[in-house]
Design a protein around this ligand. Sequence first.
Ligand SMILES: [Zn+2]
Ligand SMILES: [Zn+2]
Length: 257
Amino acid sequence: MAAKKGKLDVTEDETIEQAFQKYQLLKQIVDQWQQERGPDWRNVLSLTEKPPYLPVRDLPVKAIIELWKRLNIAAKVEIPDSDLSEIMAQFNKDQNTADLDAEMSTRLHMAIRGVAQLACEMANQKGVTAHKFRQTAPDGANTGMRCPVCGEVSILAVLTSPEGKRVMHCTLCGFEWPVKRVGCLHCGSEDAKQQIYLQNESFPGIEMVVCRLCGQYCKEINARELSVQDYVWEDLRTLPLNYAAELWSKEHVKKLH
Ligand SMILES: [Zn+2]
Ligand SMILES: [Zn+2]
């Protein structure tokens, strides 16, 4: 099969090194918190019988706030617990952080991720399966892209080493589950010819797979070419590819409606 290839134009971001430093600092705090507080919180978490095993909205709010507070303190931002609880309650209602400043929102997401990762560890220890977990949106979207553990949609696929099997990697909780090797994970099309693989030389080992039928895209990391320590950072670092793929799709994919 000759895959259709193309080139993506990407706007370079000079602040990436700065962003990395910030991310690393927060990540260390999350790691510390998980080591120190993970055992206690794991006793509180329980997985359901069927996926999603522990949806984000069911994560213990107190755990998220506990970690969020630590991240805020590290950033020298002090906010009363009551305010954090209020923001959390609002977030659980609408998943919206538009009212928060960008850094506050980043720290909240890191806190949610930090707690969700505990659930993912539990799921992996229990050996839960993603088997037959297909949640389809009313428009038929997101086949196989919804995380069986936390229920969030991920567009990050990884071709694993050495055989190149395709798994989805949840950028929220870190869970991985197998998906079909070819075709569109959004609309379910199995026609490989409709998938366009776009690359940019600044990001070796990564392809943006755009579907010509639905115009949606996935980010595919080839773990046989690129060794990734931290998929969350890798996804953030390569966000320019998402914007470029979106733009490409708008220009090249004829909307069906
Ligand atoms: Zn997940
Ligand atoms: Zn598609």
